[in-house]
Design a protein around this ligand. Structure first.
Ligand code: NDP
Length: 333
């Protein structure tokens, strides 16, 4: 199926390189500027994630080709499809697969992507709601599903680190909604009321976890979602109770892991790796189905801030400093 192929231009935030330096600016592209693939989407909403902050500031070498449109996720409507799986008018969501890294992504009014990367928007979910969840919320769901598959002790607190951030806020909301007692670790004590409004029972000062810890400390956590990595993840592992598990999904505090084998060999603790980018399709669809059921839009209102494409260069600096709260949706279409 084809749209009335237009060469009309559309708004795009484009990253390019000049004299070896990355530059990001708003411009206009046409369909000819997009990569070749079988589905073209009119993007309605995107969202702003930590990785987008790395991409826009040039830190972390996220962008793999130039010029390209950053934005690791988007939701919108199919306007052209050469795939039997989608037709014009279908509502879709995309996260991961290297989009916004090595393939032009969501910070433009149009995206052209491979049909196998798209997930139909769950029944009743709007594009804005999908992006209030976005990559960060989807990752939080994957982390919770991994902990559930492992089995969680309901009598103990489940810890979320980096709790006031995007992955953290959604993880707190999901775990609290599932009836767990949630401990939220944050470096922003002023966000305690916010975290309690999401369902956290206990607020933990992140400095308690940021110091190098003994290989084992007292058994406190039934499990954890860790978005911070580094010394924090090592401290979390040391305090997980016998048989518990930690879902590791981030590196906001560092990519190293200065731990010992003691939690694993003396307490049977498991470290569960979470990857949202190449997550296989069946698990992706299961996660979105659960998101639609367990995170109705009103539960994300308190978590969500709305911005425009023009705001993103400023936000990129802020998110890397840990100053952005919850989720940020980007109005595109
Ligand atoms: P955010 O910036 O929204 O959240 C990160 C939070 O981590 C901050 O809000 C802050 O929480 C805490 N934090 C920041 N810096 C430090 C520090 N130096 N030491 C300790 N805590 C810190 O990012 P996202 O939620 O979008 O992403 C979180 C992490 O998860 C990132 O590392 C990201 O790359 C990763 N990620 C991984 C995915 C995967 O597929 N595995 C997918 C999505 C994200 P507070 O203020 O509460 O302390």
């Amino acid at each position: 199926m084809t749209e009335n192929a237009s060469q009309a231009s559309f708004k795009a935030l484009v990253a390019d390189q000049a004299d070896g330096k990355a530059q990001v600016g708003l411009t206009r592209w046409t369909d000819a500027d997009l990569p070749e693939a079988d589905v073209t989407v009119a993007v309605a909403w995107s969202s702003f994630n930590y990785k987008d902050g790395l991409a826009l500031t040039g830190k972390g070498r996220i962008l793999r080709r130039f010029p390209m449109v950053p934005g690791i996720d988007f939701a919108g409507t199919v306007i052209r499809s050469d795939s039997p799986d989608f037709k014009p008018g279908d509502a879709v969501v995309l996260t991961g697969w290297g989009v916004g890294e090595s393939w032009s992504g969501g910070f433009a009014e149009r995206a052209r992507v491979k049909s196998e990367w798209l997930v139909p928007l769950p029944e009743g979910m709007t594009a804005r709601h999908a992006m209030a969840v976005g990559t960060a919320g989807f990752t939080a769901m994957l982390a919770v599903m991994a902990l559930e598959r492992h089995g969680l002790d309901r009598t103990r607190e489940i810890l979320v680190t980096g709790a006031a951030g995007g992955v953290g806020s959604v993880a707190v909301r999901l775990l609290a909604g599932l009836g767990y007692t949630v401990a939220a670790s944050t470096g922003r004590p002023e966000q305690a009321d916010y975290l309690k409004s999401l369902g956290a029972s206990v607020i933990v000062d992140r400095n308690e976890l940021a110091q190098p810890s003994k290989p084992l400390t007292s058994e406190r956590w039934g499990g954890a979602v860790d978005t911070v990595g580094g010394t924090t993840l090592a401290s979390v592992l040391a305090g997980v109770a016998y048989g518990g598990a930690v879902a590791a999904c981030g590196l906001a505090g560092g990519a190293d892991l200065p731990t010992t084998v003691m939690p694993f060999i003396l307490r049977g603790v498991s470290l569960l790796g979470i990857d949202s980018v190449n997550c296989p399709k069946p698990r992706r669809q299961e996660a979105w189905t659960r998101i639609a059921r367990e995170l109705p839009p009103e539960t994300l209102d308190a978590v969500t801030t709305e911005v425009a494409l023009e705001d993103l260069p400023r936000l990129a600096e802020e998110i890397l400093k840990g100053q952005v709260r919850g989720r940020t949706v980007v109005r595109i279409g």
